[in-house]
Ligand binder design. Sequence first.
Ligand code: GLY
Length: 569
Amino acid sequence: MKSAYRLLSHFFIVSLFLFLPSQSNAQVGSAQTYENGILVTAEEHASKIGTQILQQGGNAVDAAVAVQFALAVTLPRAGNIGGGGFMVVHMQDGTDITLDFREKAPLMASENMYIREGEYVSRLSREGALAVGVPGVVDGMIKAIERYGRLPLETVIKPAIALAREGYKLSWAQANVLNEYTDVLKKYDGSKKYFLKNGGTKKWKEGDLFVQKDLAKTLQRIADRGREGFYSGKTADLIVDEMSQQGGLISYRDLEEYESKWRDPIDASLNGYTLHIMPPPSSGSIAIHQILEMLRPYDLKQKGFNSAEYVHLVTEAMRRAFADRAYFLGDPDFVDIPMSKLMSDSYNKERMQSFEQDNATPSDEIDHGEIPSFSESTETTHFSIVDKDGNAVAVTTTLNGNFGSKVAVSGAGFFLNNEMDDFTAEPGEPNMFGLIQGKANAVEPEKRMLSSMSPTVVTKDGKVRMVLGAAGGPMIITATLQNFLNMAVFGMEPQQANSAPRFHHQWMPDKLFYEEFGLSPDTRQILKDMGHNLTPTDGIGRAHTIFVGEDGLKYGSPDPRGDGKARGY
Ligand code: GLY
């Protein structure tokens, strides 16, 4: 997959030179424009299914639910019913609301569940049944469609059921990613049976028909019985069986008690735009809000896009916001996050007092104590939708790693997440033997793990102007931020904004990541002289974005770093 992304990341440089004048239902660069409804997802079948639902009279929420179920069939590495995610909804009547369908730790989880003989065993939170959080997607999709959709659940799941039952032809990327994970998927009976060709003795090829009959039956149970079709009855039996065979913790009670939650978005603003962002347990909202507050006193446009001065300033704001993220943020139902302090002008001004125009601030000078650094998976997926009435939905959904825990439920045909790895699971300094730090995000029964997923709807004068979000672990936050700044500050065209080279800093490790070929050698030299530890990386985020022009024309911009598709009508 890495090599595929490398190849694609080279294409985005080329795509910068392909702009055409904008016109209806046309390709603008690699952005598509549509007058009515539009979707950008990571996968073509899902984008087409979403369009079909819009054309059948569904709104953006109906299309989002259809896409989520379609991706469970066509993007098994990240699209899912065995994981969780977040949805941000803007309704044309002015309602802005978010839905948290993040996984929860099982009731039997405990802070030291990954410690063996005093040592943190990282494999246990990353692969296998112990890594699995209680899935939230099905409850979330049902809540969303019941409150804001127009179509029945059966109607929006139907195309996904057909795709699973009849099969679809694998693309090169779909075949390749399944083959790449053969060795690990072979270890689990369900995964081997459903996702490997001939049990892993043959390789999938582009054009092979990929049929998922047990998944089709699971989806049909959901269509017939709603949440009961997943959280109780046969599907629950199969999940609990898999758990007992593989040493996992999820029980019938965990499944019965799982509930997704409506939460108010966190709003941030700049240049007349308002960003409505997923609140905690997503960390993206507070981080983006803080970064924009830290940048507010500066004339960013005057500094110039990706000039050394600009990269330095934005990096320093990122560094400070990520240090706060590591210390303060966790599940708001469990920890008291000092939200108003973190988002206040005064706190963010104070945070930037140590900013020096010509020098990088070492990360260990701005921390809040002993917090372990974190590493997060980058294999999430994001999709954006705007319908003809101006309703908008941003969804980021994940199994965490590619194919999550790598455990597919035998008899049910879908992968379970490894989201438990998003808790602070590493022990702290060696002198704190066995003690897990970063308390705000430590494992507790029924707690939601902190996330970087940052689905965002941006409005101006009450109208949707952008739908943002990305895949990419912590890079989600910085990719989403830069897409917004590219448009709102530099006035870039939609696809230009999404294609433009990105950079990323997450406090720890103290590295300024930049996309290879994204910064000129002299810019890099100036940044090095300031003390930044420059580190090239393949691609920073995969952001599937919609931009709406003042004239109402909708631009769908799949990130050239991924293989997403914009569709609409
Ligand atoms: N598992 C990726 C995230 O939640 O940010």
